[in-house]
Design a protein around this ligand. Structure first.
Ligand code: PEP
Length: 247
């Protein structure tokens, strides 16, 4: 059985009150045996509410970013140490919006991955190409560079997750075709096997992200090297995200 994870990225959406309402509804509808396959990445202002809402469930959660140091004079940043104290399990890093809007680079993201693992939390690394890079046939090379820098700085045998998210498919309604997803996910798995050996490589979840909806999730999940999804827009409604998790 391949490992499975369904992750939600709420981005800058939902107030603490909306967060609480969402989780009350979600927990009442989510089958118990599915809960430990689900992870929510909520905005910083909803972290404490999320911690309180999910503490009696098996649902996992974390922040959408963290800083590369635990504390100090870093105004406005989020500490992975605080995530740990609040009971988070995962931290999302390297999302394309962080790379593009906040100019994060592969090295900086790998440093965050190292710190997150040192706290026994699980980093979820986003990788993926822009449309311009895909058109220039650079997709596989870009993914390889993003992965290689990361595995050089983390302990690849400790838990971590990859989310392949073609930038042109995020929030655009333009989902990658099964063949496009298969090509990149197979490439990533083979790269991991070559670099880390089969046993470690097969334990690593490779999620697909980019306009995943209830009606395209089932087909993509059937691909051998798709271990689940990172879902933005469709994770904001209880019923649509649950349908994806039940695919
Ligand atoms: C995302 O934000 O990571 C994402 C995949 O968004 P969407 O599902 O809305 O494309």
């Amino acid at each position: 059985m391949k490992p499975i994870l369904f992750a939600a990225n709420w981005k800058l959406n939902k107030t603490p009150t909306e967060t609480k309402t969402f989780f009350t509804d979600f927990i009442s509808k989510c089958p118990q045996d599915l809960q430990n396959k689900i992870c929510f990445f909520v905005p910083a202002t909803s972290l404490e509410t999320t911690s309180n809402s999910l503490k009696d469930s098996d649902i996992q959660w974390g922040s959408q970013n963290c800083y590369s140091k635990i504390s100090g004079a870093f105004t406005g940043e989020i500490s992975a140490g605080v995530m740990k104290e609040l009971g988070a399990t995962h931290i999302l890093i390297g999302h394309s919006e962080r790379r593009q809007l906040f100019h994060e680079n592969n090295d900086e993201i790998a440093g965050k991955g190292h710190l997150i693992q040192s706290l026994s939390l699980t980093p979820v690394l986003c990788i993926g190409e822009t449309l311009e890079q895909r058109d220039r046939n650079l997709t596989l090379g870009i993914c390889e560079d993003q992965l290689r820098t990361f595995i050089e700085q983390i302990n690849p045998a400790q838990p971590w997750v990859i989310a392949y998210e073609p930038v042109w498919a995020i929030g655009t309604g333009r989902v990658a075709t099964s063949n496009q997803v298969k090509e990149v996910h197979d490439f990533i798995r083979n790269f991991l096997i070559q670099e880390l050996g089969t046993e470690v490589a097969q334990r690593i979840c490779i999620l697909y992200g980019g306009s995943v909806k209830p009606d395209n999730a089932k087909e993509l999940l059937q691909l051998e090297n798709v271990n689940g999804f990172l879902v933005g827009g469709a994770s904001l409604e209880v019923d649509s995200f649950l349908k994806i998790c039940l695919s």
